[in-house]
Design a protein around this ligand. Structure first.
Ligand SMILES: [Zn+2]
Length: 249
């Protein structure tokens, strides 16, 4: 039987029978898959360490009828919570959002997978503002999921948005000029639009050098939440720990 060599992020797990578990993994090349890992609940089993959620793992897999099965594998990386304990909420959010955004069998773009690897590595860089990288992650995730944000031309009149205005509006995923805007759309400062446009294309490895105020990060979060609500089947529970999601209260 052919083995499939791939690496992937272990998104979540579910107990199956007494000692087995099913894990959902977002893999390079083959996309989101479910793996039935026999005896992986036993701590002395060799699959135990490579089936933990929130880790990056190299797998050799066999494809079965309903599940993939592990032939062997090795842990590439997990985040050290002893030293980086305060990352847990952001990390939970990162994995939960990936799980919700992509359905089983969804094949993700190669470049997007590389982007995810870089985000994962940035969790351990102390100087990096994790709220900031989550905002970039949200924007790129929306794009990968087919949710295209239009910053350049007005949704209604197609006129190019002019840089000299101090604010514009947003209608679903499109910017709206001042003359076409009405109360149905929400108002966004032009400065925030410029930052978001920049974040949609910036090289993630340059992020440690970029400074952005908490207030601006929060403004972008409020917009991203609206976009995510329109795009996702449900909002991640963990968003509550990142602050500001009031809908269920
Ligand atoms: Zn217009």
């Amino acid at each position: 039987m052919n083995l499939i060599n791939t690496k992937g992020f272990v998104l979540k797990e579910q107990t199956y029978r007494e000692n087995d578990k099913i894990i959902w993994v977002l893999c390079e090349n083959i996309g989101k898959i479910s793996i039935l890992a026999k005896n992986a609940k036993k701590s002395n089993n060799s699959f135990f360490s490579i089936t933990q959620p929130f880790s990056l793992v190299q797998f050799n897999l066999k494809k079965g009828r309903n599940f993939y099965y592990i032939s062997d594998g090795s842990l590439i990386k997990n985040i050290d919570f002893l030293n980086f304990g305060d990352q847990i909420f952001h990390l939970t959010y990162f994995f939960e959002l990936l799980d919700i955004a992509f359905s089983d069998g969804y094949e993700i773009d190669k470049r997007f997978f590389r982007f995810l690897l870089n985000i994962f590595l940035l969790f351990e860089v102390k100087e990096v503002n994790k709220d900031f990288i989550m905002r970039i992650f949200e924007l790129r995730l929306l794009k990968e999921n087919g949710y295209h944000l239009e910053f350049e031309r007005c949704y209604f009149c197609s006129n190019k948005i002019k840089g000299k205005e101090s604010y514009f509006y947003f209608n679903l995923q499109n910017v709206v000029c001042i003359s076409c805007g009405n109360l149905k759309e929400f108002r966004v400062e032009n400065r925030i639009i410029n930052i978001m446009r920049f974040l949609c294309t910036v090289n993630i490895m340059n992020i440690p050098k970029i400074k952005i105020s908490d207030e601006d990060i929060n403004s972008i979060f409020n917009l991203n939440k609206v976009f995510l609500e329109q795009n996702l089947v449900r909002m991640p529970n963990s968003i509550k720990f990142l602050g500001g999601y009031k809908k269920d209260e």
